[in-house]
Design a protein around this ligand. Sequence first.
Ligand code: HPA
Ligand code: ZN
Length: 339
Amino acid sequence: MTPALEAWLRKMPKVELHLHLEGSLEPELMFKLAQKNAIDLPFNNVEQVKQAYQFSQLQDFLDIYYQGANVLVTEQDFFDLTWAYLLQCKAQNVRHVEPFFDPQTHLARGINFATVINGIHAALLQGQQELGISSELIMCFLRHLSEQDAMATLALAEPYLDKIIGVGLDSSEMGHPPEKFSRVFAKARQLGLLTVAHAGEEGPASYIHTCLDDLQVSRVDHGVRASEDPDLMERLITSRMPLTVCPLSNTKLKVFSDMSQHNILQMLEQGVCVTVNSDDPAYFGGYMNENFFALANGLEMTADHAMMLAANAIEACFASGKRKSQLLLGLLKHGAAMP
Ligand code: HPA
Ligand SMILES: [Zn+2]
């Protein structure tokens, strides 16, 4: 990557659509909250934490990620976590975000739904007012838990529907196909919520078909294994179904052996609405800019590619039409200064 491309990518206005707030918990904040809340961590210092972040598959990461989330206890903790992420967004010219949170991770530890959502929502509101970052929040169900548990979580969310735009599906993909949650997602849609779901990260392309047919998703999270199924590719291209791709996550979790093997630019050139996202930046080595840099270094992504990826994210986001036009105008102005 040339220094000119790097500088231009840093300044490019960006939209992030696949970010787990619990995955933005940096080791420094993890230690601070662990001490404050008297929570035991299996690490003595930040160095040890970083050493533990070596994964050979999704489950290795999830085990450590759920352990880290144990330090989040009070409404202020959820505020601080979300605010720290928004400050990173500000520093990286990310203008609109649609983060995920995993309420079941916290409910299982006796934390109230209200504590979690009120802390996150207050930070997002302050982010809009003070940082100019617009946002929509998505509540994810953990797919390794039961349908019943997800349904009970949706019931807990009902008094807070004004703070949530949609529901998603994350955690261990293999053995937990989307149809396990058909009824939960139908109920969510009845309540007026949009739907998204992780699929085709480790799981087969058939899971992506099921997300479209059964869960009626507006976006597929990851979705990179779609390229194994030509009929599915045709379907995604024709319908402009967005995929929220996470390049650094995919290489850290060995979905691709190396960035040079990643299929995102191939899919982009074939007409798939692919976007760039950071997933769990505190665990995978970077936020939005680092993901774009990794594509420039590993796949020879050009400024044209980057503009297209950023425009796709604007097309795919759940912001109002007015906000989308503002975001697109900002991106087009930036395009005039292309290296
Ligand atoms: O990439 C992911 N996949 C599934 N579950 C997750 N929870 C956080 N990140 C992920
Ligand atoms: Zn994810």
